[in-house]
Ligand binder design. Structure first.
Ligand SMILES: NC(=O)c1ccc[n+]([C@@H]2O[C@H](COP(=O)([O-])OP(=O)(O)OC[C@H]3O[C@@H](n4cnc5c(N)ncnc54)[C@H](O)[C@@H]3O)[C@@H](O)[C@H]2O)c1
Length: 303
């Protein structure tokens, strides 16, 4: 299999590249290293240090004619999308459109897109499924939702095959505190500096934390089995901030100190994604419990 991974020097993308290469695929990475790191790049991948919205990126697709494109490159920082909506749009929407145009003229077997639960905004239901109405409250969520809509219309109009994967809060080794869903990375970076952990509000707010290797496996499964679908890649389970800290205390050899501040304005209390569609359609399921995933992540920094 020949694959192009955009964002293959980033947190999730670099793990995907490693797994694809370990399974014998030929992999090209398109990444401008804006948040990705050269040291995460797999040496067996062909690296193109270019912007996804450039004609160079278009030409890589034309010349390499990949079977699959895993589109993970993004401006994934919510607060940056607020300070620079235009930049966010250029990367997330125009960049995606550029890749779709190449796929329109030079067909691929599947275009797998990394989307996010941020498309939903403040949905009040206990567990969100894919039929819930998206209503983003950040420019990042809006740019991801708009890209999804472009992808679906390219699918309908030009028969570009696609899988849209909306992730919960992804965590694991190589994640930094920048970008999406980074509370675990934020806490671990604090622990590395021997600083106290800051808890917003009562710490009972919950999120659906999914381990990076489970997200990688879902991408590969979706490439083959998940055409013309939008689905959640998540655990379907809630973990609170206080539970996260209790788990970290199990794995960390030094004392962990924390303090509470006021709730962050606009933060939703609970967010959990129903993953039954992906389980059914891809025959995929998350293999890592939060205990196992957090232990692996902690180990990658403190071994
Ligand atoms: N981390 C999460 O919890 C999470 C949750 C939901 C969705 N996602 C999505 O998953 C994908 C990967 O996220 P991540 O956490 O690995 O982020 P990341 O920032 O670590 O990776 C993004 C990569 O894209 C590259 N990039 C950014 N703009 C680019 C451009 N214009 N041209 C070429 N390369 C560019 C960066 O250098 C980086 O290597 C993103 O699309 C993100 O929106 C992430």
């Amino acid at each position: 299999m020949k694959a192009i991974v955009t964002g293959g020097a980033g947190f999730i993308g670099s793990h995907l590249v490693d797994t694809l290469i370990s399974r014998g695929s030929c992999v090209h990475v398109i990444d401008n290293l804006s948040s990705g790191k050269r040291e995460y790049l797999n040496r067996s991948a062909e690296f193109h240090n270019i912007d996804i919205s450039s004609s160079d990126a278009y030409n890589v697709i034309v010349s390499e004619r990949p079977d699959y494109i895993f589109h993970m490159a993004a401006q994934a920082d919510v607060s940056r999308s607020t300070s620079s909506p235009f930049e966010d749009m250029q990367t997330n929407i125009a960049g995606t459109l550029n890749l779709l145009e190449a796929c329109r003229h030079f067909p691929v077997k599947n275009f797998v897109f990394s989307s996010t639960s941020a498309v939903y905004g403040n949905v009040s239901s206990d567990i969100i499924n894919e039929t819930c109405h998206p209503s983003p409250i950040s420019f990042y969520g809006l740019s991801k939702l708009t890209s999804e809509n472009y992808i679906k219309l390219y699918g309908d109009t030009f028969e570009v095959p696609f899988s849209i994967l909306r992730y919960g809060n992804v965590y694991g080794p190589r994640q930094t505190s920048k970008g999406e869903g980074g509370v675990i990375a934020v806490f671990l970076e604090k622990l590395l500096r021997n600083e106290k952990l800051k808890i917003n509000g009562d710490g009972l707010q919950t999120r659906d934390y999914v381990y990076v290797q489970d997200v990688v496996d879902a991408n590969i499964d979706a490439a083959v089995k998940g055409k013309q679908m939008t689905m959640h890649i998540s655990t379907g389970e809630r973990t609170s901030i206080l539970q996260l800290i209790a788990l970290l205390k199990r794995y960390h050899s030094n004392e962990i100190l924390s303090f509470h501040t006021t709730d962050r304005q606009g933060d939703i209390k609970h967010s959990c994604l129903d993953n039954s569609l992906a389980k059914r359609e891809l025959n995929w399921k998350p293999h890592y419990s939060i205990e196992e995933g957090l232990k692996e992540t902690h180990l990658s920094l403190f071994n």
